[in-house]
Each structure stands twice: as C-alpha cells, then as structure tokens.
Ligand binder design. Structure first.
Ligand code: ADP
Ligand code: MG
Length: 591
C-alpha cells in the first residue's frame, strides 16, 4: 500500500481558497479587480452580513460568453496570461486564474454575464466548486458575480473571522483603495441596504476625481491638509496626495500606497515617504494616496497569493525617487513659508539625507525613526537634561518657591538654592494622566456633557471602528455617536479633559487606529493609550499660569507615580543645583 495519496479535488480547491481568500474583503478585492480588468466603467457592490451573507459585484465590462463562463471557474483559468514570460509584462490585476476558482470552492456562487454579440446572456450557479445550474439570462451589459454564504463549507475558517464591524471595515477599505486607484471608474457600495460610498467618476480628469475621492475617503479635515506631488524619471512616475508637514496626523490609518494601481503594503515605500519629511515629522504621520508607476518588468507582484506584497528590482532608485518627490514638494512649500513669514520664526528646512534603502531588518521602522506612542513608553529612570545634572532625585523633598514663567511654557522654581525648571505641559499631562487612570481603574470616570457637541469627519473604515468601540469608549467617559455616514459626534467627555474641535478630530482618528486591532490589546494597554492620547490633546487651553496654579500643579505632580516623565516619556523637569550654577560661572565654591 503506498502511503502517498493524491488529494481529492475538493480538498485541493479548499486549500487553494485558503491562500487566496483570507476574509470577505479578499473576495471583494478579487471581484473588483476582475471588473476593472474587464474594462468596466462602473462597479456596483452590495454586501450583506459583513460579506458572510452576500458579496455581489456588478460591472458594465466586456462580459463573458457561455463558454468563457464555464471556463472561468476552473483552476488556472485565465484570459490574461498566455506564456510564462507574459508574467513580467502584465498590465492586468489578475493573471493566476485562481480567484473565481477559490471563491467557488468556499461559497454558493452565481455568475451572470453577457458579452456583446452573443445571442443571450448566461448564468451559472453552483456551490462548493460544483456547478448546479446553467441558464440563459437577459442581455444586460457586463457581469454580475454573487458569492453567498462564504465559508459555509469550511467551518474552521469561518471561526477565524473577526467581528462584523472589523470585516466591514476591511470591505470598505478594499473599495476605497480600488476607487483611489481607478478614478476613471465609478464605484458604489451598499452594505445591508445602506449606501456607504457613492463615488461617481466625473468629467474633469484624473486629479479632479482623485481629489473628490480623497475628500470622501479621508474625511474633510485630513483632506484639507493634503498637497499634490508629482515626479517623473525615466522608467518611473510617482504622484499622488500627501499631507503637508503642518497637517500631519497622529495616526497611520490614512496611508494608501499603490504600485501600478495595485494597493500594496510596502515597508520600502512607507520609509521613503517618511524620509521625504526629514525632520519635520516629529513623531506624527502623513496621510497619503501615493502612486508609483513602473515598467511591469520592474517589480514582481507574484510573490504572495493575495498580491499585496511587491518586490522591486531596483529598490534604491525607487526609495530615492519617492522620498525626493515628497521632499521637493514640501521644500517648495517650506521656502514659501519662510519668505512669507520670516519673523514668525519658520525654521528653514534642512534636506533629508537620503541613504540607500536598507533591507528590512537593518532598517529602522518608520515608527522607530519618528517615535510613535508605543515606542515612547515612559522610561524607567529619570532622564537627565543635557548639560544639567540629572533631575534632582529628591526634588519632592524640598520646598519650592515660584520664580515665574518662561516663554509661556516653563515654570521656574527655586529649590534648595538650585533652579528647578518644569515643562508645564508635560507636568500637566502627567498629572491628568494619573488622575484619569485612577478614575478609570475605580470604574468611575467623571463625565461632563458638552454644551455644544463636537463634530468630526472620519473615513468610513474609521467610523466602523469607532462604532464598534462605542460602548467601551463610554466606560472611558467618551460618548461618541454617529451623525451621518462619516461624521462622529462627541456628546460627553471625561470632566478632567477639555477638547477643542481639531484636538477631538485627531484624538478620534488616532483611537480608531489603535482600537482597530483591538482583540490583541490588553485592557490596561487600551486604558493607557486612551489616557495618553486624551491628555496630550486636552490641555493647552490656557498657557498663562498664576503663581498659586503653578504651586498647585507641583503639589499634584508630587503625588504622581512618575513625576519625572510625561505619559510619552519625555522629561517633565530638570534641576540645576547650586553647585551646577557655580560651576557654570566658574566660581570655586558653592554659593
Ligand atoms: P484571473 O483574474 O487571474 O484571470 P480569475 O479567476 O479572477 O482569474 O478570473 C478568471 C477569468 O474569468 C478571467 O481571466 C476573465 O477572463 C474572466 N472574468 C472574471 N471576472 C470577470 C468579469 N467581471 N468580467 C469579465 N470577465 C471576467
Ligand atoms: Mg482575477
């Protein structure tokens, strides 16, 4: 008896499906790509039950005749690739001929199509890879594909699905990315009967349509901070919309990269983008819809079944071109700003040096380069200010007398014949942070209804996340509500905090990103995140501090667990002892 068996076809097809189809959004992405490959000028999408119930994609593309309809369902059945060498000169999204085959294996599928010139349309129906019915259909231009009951025959996979809200936000993102990449095609998305996106392609050209879409997809506030970039070198074009340096966000959620109009996740492109901002990033993140166009032979999208990874043949050149393209755009704006406002103290922008791209691993992640909230966990030892003695480990042991405020930012105190310099915002953040966490941990966040609710625009997928976390946010003291498809409303906030509208917009945008991968985050990590963010956003209301307020702040700071650091890990204070001062003035003894 041989031990080796050839797997039966239905097992093979389910294995293949597992590679191509990770979740409902992967099905949707494949179906949209097929519609685009068929030359569609509009794509209408209907989703039920977060894609598990139904994913329906209708297009007005060239359609299939009866025979092609049958062939389309076979494995490695494609009209797009003839010989292996064609792989390197492809202009279509598809080429593997595996998508329909895979979707068919794990759903109840119905294809309806009509090709111009045929005597009738046709439809094919089947489930789990078996055709059940074949019928003539009306001659409606294009193709409709309906995938129902996804994963009905692969219960193990169905179990891996995230919550409906999470799957919905992936589905929405798939449409958003396709719409950004194909501004000449109209898209409509309806989920459970509700219109989510309506993105008609209007006359006026690529940029007009791209901008209109960006305004809807990013939300108005992010969109308002975008600038257009464009550059061409032989064999490569880079263009798109990126955040102006004065409009960076605390979140990375609005970054979309495309290579030859395929949405990709590429560490190289992300790093190149960040490098373009040089020193202007300060721990914040640009939004972007950034497109790279290359000869099809200059990259390989074939390395991953879902075609989301790409490998470039000349990484250094792409890195340089992208970062220079972004940098030059920013430089021109910066120069304008310096000319317009020399007295406002605008700093001239120093060019980023653009080293060769280093392979992943050796290269610092953008987060490490720019310092994200997660990386900036509070340091455990008191930080020393350069040139000064370490913060007096015992500052709390001394009486303080208030000397005054410097630059509306620093509070100066005399302590034990030395000078204690306190960053008032950092100190306030620390105090608020611990007070708020204290309330949260005791289960009693004090809440203050807002007289005038604050409103902000989000992207659709951010909105989904926020809604999903609505109840949790309520226990955190934030009453957030949906108002219109992409508008969120803040009705009440913790009494400790004070938000301006732009601060609230950023706060919610950031939260929707960190909460977006929620199952992973432990409860106290989420608490820390929300506390850190809220503190950062909520104060700065008034910068002038009266003496008694300064002293009260120091009393509060005295009571905190880590008075030396703000919640982001930056120092709150440093101390110049009498001996330090004496040394600076080259006195021999202490005062
Ligand atoms: P691939 O896109 O890699 O060729 P698919 O399994 O996605 O493989 O599709 C198989 C074939 O079915 C395609 O090559 C194409 O000829 C045909 N097809 C699929 N969807 C459509 C559509 N919406 N309109 C016209 N033809 C389609
Ligand atoms: Mg395809």
């Amino acid at each position: 008896m041989p031990e080796i068996k050839v797997l039966p076809e239905d097992v093979v097809s389910k294995i293949a499906a597992g590679e191509v189809i990770e979740r409902p959004a992967s099905v949707l992405k494949e179906l949209i790509e097929n519609s685009l490959d068929a030359g569609a000028s509009r794509v209408d999408i209907e989703i039920k039950k977060a894609g598990r119930g139904l994913i329906r994609v209708h297009d007005d593309g060239r359609g299939m005749d009866r025979e092609d309809l049958r062939l389309a369902l076979g494995r490695h059945a494609t009209s797009k690739l003839g010989a292996f060498d064609d792989l390197y000169s492809l202009a279509t999204f598809g080429f593997r001929g595996e998508a329909l085959y895979s979707v068919f294996a794990v759903s109840r599928l119905k294809l309806t199509s009509f090709r111009a010139g045929a005597d009738s349309g046709y439809s094919l129906e089947g489930e789990g890879g078996k055709v059940i019915a074949e019928l003539p259909a009306p001659p409606v231009k294009g193709t409709t594909i309906e995938a129902a009951d996804l994963f009905f025959n692969t219960p193990a996979r169905a179990k891996f699905m995230k919550s409906d809200a999470a799957e919905r936000s992936h589905l929405i993102r798939a449409v958003e990315e396709a719409a950004l990449a194909s501004p000449g095609v109209s898209f409509r998305l309806v989920i459970d009967g509700a219109g989510i996106l309506d993105l008609p392609s209007l006359p006026g050209g690529m940029w007009e349509n791209l901008k209109n879409r960006a305004a809807v997809i990013f939300g108005k506030s992010v969109y308002g901070g975008l600038a257009r970039v464009e550059s061409k070198t032989p064999g490569m074009a880079v263009y798109g919309l990126v955040s102006r340096p004065d409009a960076l966000a605390s979140t990375r959620v609005n970054q979309h990269f495309f290579v030859n109009r395929r949405p990709v996740s590429s560490a190289l492109l992300r790093q190149a983008l960040y490098r373009g901002y040089g020193h202007m990033l300060t721990g914040r993140h640009p939004a972007c819809a950034l497109f790279v166009e290359l000869d099809p032979g200059a990259f390989d999208a074939n390395i991953h079944p879902q075609k989301r990874d790409v490998k470039f043949s000349s990484e250094n050149e792409i890195f340089k071109t992208v970062s220079n393209c972004v940098y030059e755009e920013l430089l021109s704006r910066q120069t304008a700003a310096v000319v317009l406002a020399p007295v406002a103290g605008a700093k001239p922008f120093s060019p980023p040096d653009v080293p060769a791209y280093r392979e992943a691993g050796a290269a610092p992640s953008p987060a490490a380069e720019t310092g994200s909230l997660f990386d900036a966990a509070p340091a455990s030892s008191p930080a020393a200010a350069p040139g000064a003695a370490p913060a007096a480990a015992d500052w709390r042991a001394h009486d303080l007398s208030y000397l005054g405020q410097l630059a509306k930012s620093y509070l100066l105190f005399e302590a034990d014949a030395g000078l204690l310099v306190v960053d008032q915002h950092a100190a306030q953040e620390r105090v608020l942070f611990e007070k708020y966490l204290g309330e949260f941990d005791r289960g009693g966040v004090r809440v203050q209804p807002l007289l005038v609710p604050l409103e902000t625009e989000l992207s659709r997928s951010q909105m989904e996340t926020v809604l999903k976390w609505k109840d949790w946010l309520k226990t955190a003291g934030f009453e957030v509500e949906q108002r219109g498809p992409a508008t969120a409303l803040l009705r009440a906030a913790p009494a400790l905090f004070y938000f301006t509208q732009p601060a609230f917009a950023e706060f919610l945008g950031y939260l929707s990103e960190v909460l977006g991968e929620p199952e992973k985050a432990a409860e106290d990590m989420k608490r820390n995140i929300i506390a850190t963010m809220a503190c950062k956003k909520s104060i700065k209301a008034h910068d002038f501090v009266k003496p008694q307020e300064a002293l009260r702040l120091m009393e509060d700071l005295r009571g905190t667990k880590d008075s030396y650091h703000c919640p982001h890990g930056r120092p709150t204070l440093f101390f110049l002892s009498g001996a330090d001062l004496a040394r600076r003035f080259q006195r021999s003894g202490a005062l």
